[in-house]
Each structure stands twice: as C-alpha cells, then as structure tokens.
Design a protein around this ligand. Sequence first.
Ligand code: AMP
Ligand code: MG
Length: 652
Amino acid sequence: MIDTPNSPNVTGHQGVGQDQFLKILSREEALSRFEAALFPRPMAVEKLPLADALGLALAENVVAPIDVPPFDRSNVDGFAVRSSDIGTATEGRPVRLMLNDETIACGVMPELMVQSGTATPIATGGPLPRGADAVVMVEHTHPAEGDAIEVRRSAAPGQFVSYAGSDIARGEILLRAGTVIGSREIGMLAACGIASVPVARKPRVAVLSTGDELVQPGEPLPPAGIYDTNGAIVAAAVSENGGEAAFLGSFPDDEASLERAMRRALAAHDMLILSGGTSKGAGDVSHRIVSRLGQPGIIAHGVALKPGKPLCLAVCNGKPVVILPGFPTSAMFTFHDMIVPALRRMAGLPPRTDMQVTARVPLRIASELGRTEFVMVSLVKGQEGLVAYPTGKGSGAITSFAQADGFIRIEALADHMPAGSETEVTLFTPQVRVPDLVIIGSHCTGLDRVVAPLAQDGFSARVLAVGSLGGLAAARRGECDLAPIHLLDEKTGRYNEPFLGEGLELVPGWRRMQGIVYRPGDDRFEGLDAQGAVRAALADPTCLMVNRNQGAGTRILIDSLLGDARPDGYWNQPRSHNAVAAAVAQKRADWGVTIAPVAKAAGLGFIPLAEEHYDFALVTARKDRPPVAAFLAALKSDECRAALEEAGFRPA
Ligand code: AMP
Ligand code: MG
C-alpha cells in the first residue's frame, strides 16, 4: 500500500516551538469560536453603478419600479389585428383586411385604432395599437389589391403579444438581498431602468508577510533569502473570495516596526492577514503584537491541523486578525479551510460551491490521529467520476501546487482514509481542469522529453509518480491512459510484459541503467562490483543508505540486493530518482540505487546493476484518444529518440 509523502507515521519528535502551544483547539472548535466572535455583525453597504456591482452581494431587496415590458408588445414582424376578424382564415379561404395608414416601428406610439376589418403593420417590439388583440406573422399573409392583405391563418387572442408586466411586474421583488450579482442580474436591473444598487461593500483586507528572510519578487535573491510567496498568493486568494486585498509588503521580525505597520493596517482595513512568525519561537513576534491590538484578542493559537498547527485567529475590536503559518502550502490550506468562510460571510457572499467537487481516493492515505489533516490532490477522470491522487510533497513544497488541483481533509478522529472513499475536494481555483493525457506510474526524467512537446499540440498532460505497481493498478481502474513501468518478472527474467493482464498492452519505451550511486572517492565503494558494494556497505555500521518507496521498480531491485538486511537509512524512502541522488550528493546518505542519467547529472560514482526496461502499459480502450495518439507519435519521433539518447537513455 502506498502512503502519501505528507502523511508519514511520524511518532514522538515534536518541534521545540510547537511544544509551547499550551492550548491546542480542534479545527471545529477554533472555527466556531472565531465565527462566534465575528458574527452577527452589521454589513457595510455602499451604492455602486451596475458595472461595478458585478460579483458582489446585494445588500437589500430590489423592487421593480416599472412593468417590463412597459406596454403590450409585438413579438414578431407582422400585422396587428382583431383575432375575431380572422377566425375562419385558412390557406384555401384567406380573410381580406384593409391596411391602416401607419406602420408601427420600435419606439413609435400608434395613433390609429385597429377597427374591425383592418390591420396595422407592426415590427417586433412595437406597441400594440388600440383595438388589436393579436399579431399575425408576415409569413402567414399575402399582399392584396388596394392597400389590403390576405390573412391565411386564424389567431387566438394574445397571439405573439407580450403583455405589459408579463416579464417583471411593477412592485414585485426583482432581486432578493444576498443575491450575488452576475450578468443576468445586471440585465434584469438594467431592464427596469435601475443604474445603481446597494451592495455589501467588499471587506478591505490588508495582507502582510513577515520574516527576515523574505524578498519581494523582482528583487535579487541574497544568500539564504526566500521569495515572498504568501504575500502574492494570499492577496490573490482574498480577491477570489470577495475581498479587496491590499498587499502591504513583507516586514522583518522586528517587534516595534511590525507593530507600527500592523496598527496602521488595522486602522485602515476591515481585516488583517499576516503570514509567518506564528510559531512560539523567540523570533516569532506577530502573535505577541496581536495579543495587544484589541478585544477580545487571540481566539485560537495552535489548532489541531496538519499542516497548519501554528495558525493564529484573533478578533481585535470587531476586526478579524489572522496569522497564517509561514509555509506557503500550509498558508493556503488554512486560508481556504478556515478563513475563506468568514471572509465570504463578511462580503455577504454564500459559501463557495464552485470550489468543491466530490472525488474518490484511489489508495489508502495514512493520517495522524488527533489532527485534521490536509492532503494536496491531483484530479483525474476515473470510470465513475473524479479520482483524487495525493500529490503533496510536504508542507513547504510550493511546487506541489503545480500538480495539485486542490486538497482533501481527513478528519481528526480518523487515522487513515480508506482506499475508495468518496470525499470533498476543495479546489484552489474554480472549475476543475482535468488533463487531456494522464500518465500514472514510475517516475523517470526521460518522460519529460516525450511529454513536453505535447503542449505544442494543445494537449495538457499530467504525470503522477506512484511507482510501477501503483501505475498498473491505476491503469486497470481506468484512471490513466498510460502507466510507465519497470518491473522484472523473476521467474521468466522478462521485463514488464508478464505484468500486463487484460485490457493493457505494452508500448516499448527505453532502457536505462540502474546502479548503485556513491560519492566519488568513497573508498568503501570505489572499484567494486554491485554485490561487493552492498557487502561493503552492510559491513560498515556507519554507512547510511537511502531507499526508495514501496511499489517502485527500483525498490524491488534494492530489496533483492539486500535480502533480509535492514541497514540504517532503509526507512528513508523518497519517491524519485533525483531525491536519491540528492541525498547521496548532500551526504545525508552514502549509497542508494538510481539511474545512470541522474547519477551523471549529480556527479556521483556509479556501479551498474542492471539495464532495465522502462515501458508503458497502455490502456487499450484509450488507445485512439487524440492525446494518446500524439504521445505515441512523439515517442516514436526522431527528435524524441535523440533527446532521450542525449539524456543517457537507450530508446527501445
Ligand atoms: P515561520 O512561520 O515564519 O517560522 O516560517 C516557516 C517557513 O515558511 C520558513 O521556512 C519561512 O522561510 C517560510 N515562509 C514564511 N513566510 C513566507 C512567505 N511569505 N513566502 C514564502 N515562504 C515563507
Ligand atoms: Mg518567519
């Protein structure tokens, strides 16, 4: 079973700062205390021109000041008639009517009455003249001698007439308070002649980042500097949820200057959102400042969330003040889950339904008991609806946003979410964008060379690394188009093909040399073959290994090398070839198994183990889909083969 990387079963080992949270509230308790301190509250109302009211909530009922249409109106081009005159009209026995001496165009008030035996030409939208009770279409008439027409069909009273007030009746409630104003509502208001409406004023939200290390995008990055991600992302997410964001910049962890900035910001805004500096470490000053900004002050500091435990919620003299955790993904989880509901309520907006979808999780996701856990997910289309693959790489990983469509929540009382569970996904942006081509399975840097050119054909592709076995399972469940695999069948000595089964077919990919990596110059490994290197590693108790995740083809290779041995480092199980190389290069481990191109790029020593076959299990039923055909064509192309060779692979 494959666990997500951001839900390891870590035990013990709490951060020093986190131990200092004296009173940790559950997510639900923190939310309900925060809401109770904020609501009910008077809504700030302003009157805005229609165009500026788009997306805002109406603050009061709007009553229709006029009838729409304001008069009885013709719906077609034709003739205004008395229906009783033409009751007997047919194709064979038309009825002759004399034409009145006027033509009613749009915007022209009729002057002549339609007497019995007469008709008046009328345009679509023209007001019905006195005496007439129906309109016949011009197609059902024929010009006749002497200023007359022949009518060839009968008409019921009211035919092709919209009566005054039939759309909107004067005095009725046109739009109710709380309605979110869209183009349709703007149209209804305009039809009634209303030029401006009372709306809930957008809450003005000041956004500040804190941290000595922060640098604004566009500035050069000094050593140990970090670009301020939260400022931009929180401000944008505030705007997406009905607030008017003012990003005020990033501030060093200096209590005096930060306090001045926070007090100024709070005076000029309805809400204050900070990020960073919320742990209870010595350098973390924001929460101390918040505790003296106003009443009732801090409501929750330390919430049983994972990630997001240091979240701080406060209300200062009626205004919400929030300190989001510093890690961008933690900041986003907590913002969407805990802050958006209050922000929208202040903006008079209903909860966001376009930000929630239901999906099934394809595998068991382990979770810490006692904390509400957020897990980033990537959505793909399954046979019955959406499937949510966990993609998180830990709370600090901004790049996992690129793969993720949103996140799921595992309740505090669950220690895992079972495979197959249906769950709500909170989307990061409204509208799910399911990729055209889905590739789930083993990770390989060569894959980029095939997939990248597909964008030129207008296809979006998503590659999810879950290991070879996970990929095969996904392919069997119809969750992907292709599953890249490298699995050796020990009985037959053959790669991949013996594992396919019904509904899948093999598309040859490329060969890649797997081998043991070590830092060049490490005497324990120099000059040895693979068996010798493993023996040497096992003989030295200070020698640390780095493993691979369960389900990875490389892991099977490692397990067969190790037999029953479990050397130190065995439980360090990253999910990619690159992570193995990085661990060895950075001396967090002394040896591991990865592929030659990755070893070469990292400048590591390499002892060849076996050339393995990296192929694709193609879901036969999906073979003819255009994005799949484009992938298969790209794979065969000369450019792609050349690029693979250049990167150190051997195309099949
Ligand atoms: P803190 O909560 O201040 O201890 O920060 C936790 C982590 O998040 C640290 O690695 C910070 O560098 C990082 N961090 C804090 N604020 C931001 C930000 N605005 N943008 C990007 N990373 C941040
Ligand atoms: Mg900080």
